[in-house]
Write a protein that binds this ligand. Structure first.
Ligand SMILES: [Zn+2]
Length: 287
């Protein structure tokens, strides 16, 4: 249900610009997605607590082997594309990479096979146990703030579909900034659902593109740039995220068609047009 009236939330200002004036763009049960009238960031209200989120994520990833391998098949194009992108951008001898929210660890395994020294963070037991026991990876269970990595430890930090789930993205990005080496790369992959929800109007209510209440924010190329700039990153570049291969045929073809269209439009406009509503990849550098 759309509500164009201004909503004022003095106790919970926008995390990016501190504005307290919002417009409702989507509602599911008690959860409302509100757009900041100043910077346009879309945020979930009421905001779940950190503890309730950690408990929810224990059931977030499937634990049956068949589903885990379907997951790998779905993510493989994204994994390969991101690995190529990183190796085209970063030239380093040590090749230390941290993947935050690494899930089952398939991206880390790909990078390890390409001779990177890899570590992951995964709070969901199913994903972490698989990555540790089946893939033999080094994966931590604690959030980044509780791990005492030294400053300038990593050449690359990656977050695939994580930044929209984090309660305090600016705080996390400042921690990442600290552990990256100067010249280090941060790669974010994120969904961009609000334009589709706006186009679909009332039809969007059943699709649950925000994965309510898991997506605490829905970023846009402008708000992600604002966020990264505020946290000390530079050379911020957002590109189409390509496609994934979900098992279900309709979702698979939707992803292939929308991802390919986004790539084509980006290419023919020489990088000026980013198709709204499709997942994006953002690269940025710690100066
Ligand atoms: Zn704002």
């Amino acid at each position: 249900m759309k509500n164009h009236a201004a909503i004022f939330l003095k106790s919970q200002p926008c995390i990016l610009c501190k504005c307290t004036n919002f417009q409702q763009i989507h509602q599911k049960d008690k959860w409302r997605y509100l757009r900041c009238r100043n910077c346009s960031l879309v945020s979930l209200y009421p905001r779940p607590t950190e503890l309730s989120l950690i408990n929810n994520y224990q059931d977030y990833l499937p634990d049956q082997v068949l589903y885990i391998y379907k997951w790998r098949k779905m993510m493989q194009p994204l994994i390969d594309h991101s690995a190529d992108l990183i190796e085209k951008t970063v030239f380093t001898k040590n090749k230390n990479l941290l993947d935050i929210g690494c899930g089952f660890g398939f991206f880390l395994k790909t990078m390890q096979d390409r001779n990177w020294h890899v570590s992951g963070i995964e709070i969901a037991d199913t994903g972490r146990h698989f990555a540790q026991e089946k893939l033999g990876l080094n994966v931590y269970s604690q959030p980044l703030a509780e791990l005492d990595f030294k400053a300038h430890s990593f050449d690359v930090v990656t977050l695939f579909y994580v930044i929209e789930h984090v309660t305090d993205p600016p705080a996390l990005l400042k921690q990442i900034h600290k552990i990256l080496k100067p010249g280090g790369l941060l790669l974010l992959r994120w969904p961009h659902s609000t334009p589709i929800i706006k186009i679909l109007g009332p039809f969007a209510e059943n699709l649950d593109l925000y994965h309510t209440p898991y997506h605490l924010y829905d970023f846009s190329p402008a708000t992600i740039k604002f966020l990264l700039n505020n946290c000390g990153f530079s050379q911020i570049k957002t590109i189409p995220g390509g496609y994934t291969l979900p098992d279900e045929r309709f979702r698979r073809w939707s992803s292939i068609i929308s991802g390919s269209c986004a790539n084509m439009l980006f290419k023919i406009t020489k990088g000026r047009y980013l198709l709204p509503g499709t997942s994006k990849t953002t690269l940025s550098i710690k100066p």
